[in-house]
Design a protein around this ligand. Sequence first.
Ligand code: CP
Length: 310
Amino acid sequence: MDNISVDHLTGIKHLTREDIEIIFKTADSFKQVINRPIKKVPSLRDITIANLFFENSTRTRLSFELAEKRLSADVVNFSAASSSVKKGETLVDTVNNILSMKVDMVVMRHPNPGAAKFLSERIDAAVINAGDGTHEHPTQALLDCYSIREKFGSVEGKKVVIVGDILHSRVALSNIYALQKLGAEVMVCGPTTLIPKYIHELGVKVEHNLMKALNWCDVANMLRIQLERQDIQYFPSLREYSMLYGLNKEILDNLDKEIVVMHPGPINRGVEITSDVADSKQSIILNQVENGVAVRMAVIYLLASKIERH
Ligand code: CP
């Protein structure tokens, strides 16, 4: 069986194009499974996975848990809010205690950039990054690119604009890496204060005018303003942001061509995107969520086939 070149999924940066294509081919099979009346395969009956969430999540956490259960893995869930982390225990001690209960794989969301890589170098289990601060969210980028591939047949040559709070977004960085590895052209669009100064070094186009960006692209990925990560005020008000960078139906209907609209969620309806756009036929937001389960099944399955069972 073809397998990916890494033992952990800590970031898209560490994957090759071939790795991503193997994940997509594997996800194609799992997508068929989750659309059958019996949505389960016995592949990982001998595997135990711990989902460690040190930050809030709805989609990613549920999607990983469903993916693990569809593969018949045993699953334990850990939430920092109700754990002994609050009593001063370190990350490595917490995880090693969990691993001593014979856990084979760890899925972790953590507020610190680099936390998943740090952990992968210190513990005896496969690690999947479910979002590490403002750094990477690799499975989100994989499901986003998988959804573009599903819509267009290929990601190669597509023009994708990522709109909004690029500065605080792990989704943006992982998407830039994944889209470029798959041969897409990438643009970022937003106010100057929310575009990192080094962004040119990643080989992306920068556009501050939303209409120009939307008329350039095939796909617009609308990001949420991450108020919880903003230590200072980056724009005067949400109302002004929405007027300049929000996507509404009137804008969508007046573009030169029909574009596809994506959003990683959670959506702030009426800020970065209006309800009539989010729910329009051009939106593939719910396809992204559905594809997330198949893509995460693929990542877990491929990494599990490389590990020694405990
Ligand atoms: N897209 C995403 O990461 O959503 P959650 O924060 O709900 O997991």
